[in-house]
Ligand binder design. Structure first.
Ligand code: GAR
Length: 220
């Protein structure tokens, strides 16, 4: 009976762009045993394709356009008000291209995760694929981390690697990394919803043990 089923953890996704990671999460959340439910998608760009993907999947959306606000603090306060309406257990940043204020990050500490297209702590910030090439990296990849006050600096939960070959360009690397992103993010969200990962102080607890190195997605 439906009434006897416990409510699944509520996931709220924030996106700014194309939303391919959102799409991967939507598809995973449709699996019968997925331990969470996507309750809303928030966006800061009215034309973001992520909004269309959410609508297609019948997921509620909300828009907080950063251009309507004169300060980061006001924008984050408005965003926070929308988020609190949904009372999410987990907030998933999926290509959400905004630097968040300390107040926002503190309010959601331990339930705010981000995906970043590099093997953190290498290449925080933007243009990570070109920077990996310029640095001569042989291995590049993606990280999922808890968001803390330090930009792209929170404890890393899991990573997936890609090999960099001489023919690679920033575009081919982006493609390879994104393919890994779409595998990795749903896995981490699943772990979180199952209660397997928590942010304890400055480090991550995984199945009740301190996680000393990030979990790795196997190569294939
Ligand atoms: C993803 O590659 C994600 O790693 C990156 O934005 C892209 C969003 O793609 N995030 C960052 O760079 C965060 N600093 P998507 O909209 O297709 O999911």
């Amino acid at each position: 009976m439906k009434a006897d089923q416990p409510t699944l953890p509520k996931i709220l996704v924030l996106a700014s762009g194309s939303g391919t990671n959102l799409q991967a999460l939507i598809e995973s959340s449709r699996e019968r045993d997925f331990p969470g439910q996507i309750v809303a998608v928030g966006c800061n760009r009215p034309k973001a394709f992520a909004l269309e993907r959410a609508a297609q999947a019948n997921v509620e959306t909300f828009m907080v356009n950063h251009e309507d606000f004169s300060s980061r603090e006001e924008f984050d306060a408005a965003l926070m008000a929308h988020i609190l309406r949904h009372n999410p257990d987990l907030i998933v940043l999926a290509g959400f291209m905004r630097i968040l204020t300390t107040d926002f990050v503190r309010a959601f500490r331990g339930r705010l995760i981000n995906i970043h297209p590099s093997l953190l702590p290498r290449h925080t910030g933007l243009n990570t694929h070109q920077r990996a090439l310029d640095a001569g990296d042989r291995i590049h990849g993606v990280s999922v981390h808890f968001v803390t006050e330090e930009l792209d600096g929170g404890p890393v939960i899991a990573q997936a690697e890609v090999a960099v070959v001489p023919e690679d360009t920033a575009e081919t690397l982006a493609e390879k990394v994104q393919a890994k992103e779409h595998l990795l993010y749903p896995i981490v969200v699943r772990w979180f919803c199952e209660g397997r990962i928590q942010l304890g102080g400055e480090h991550i607890m995984f199945d009740g043990q301190a996680l000393n190195t990030p979990m790795r997605l196997p190569d294939n």
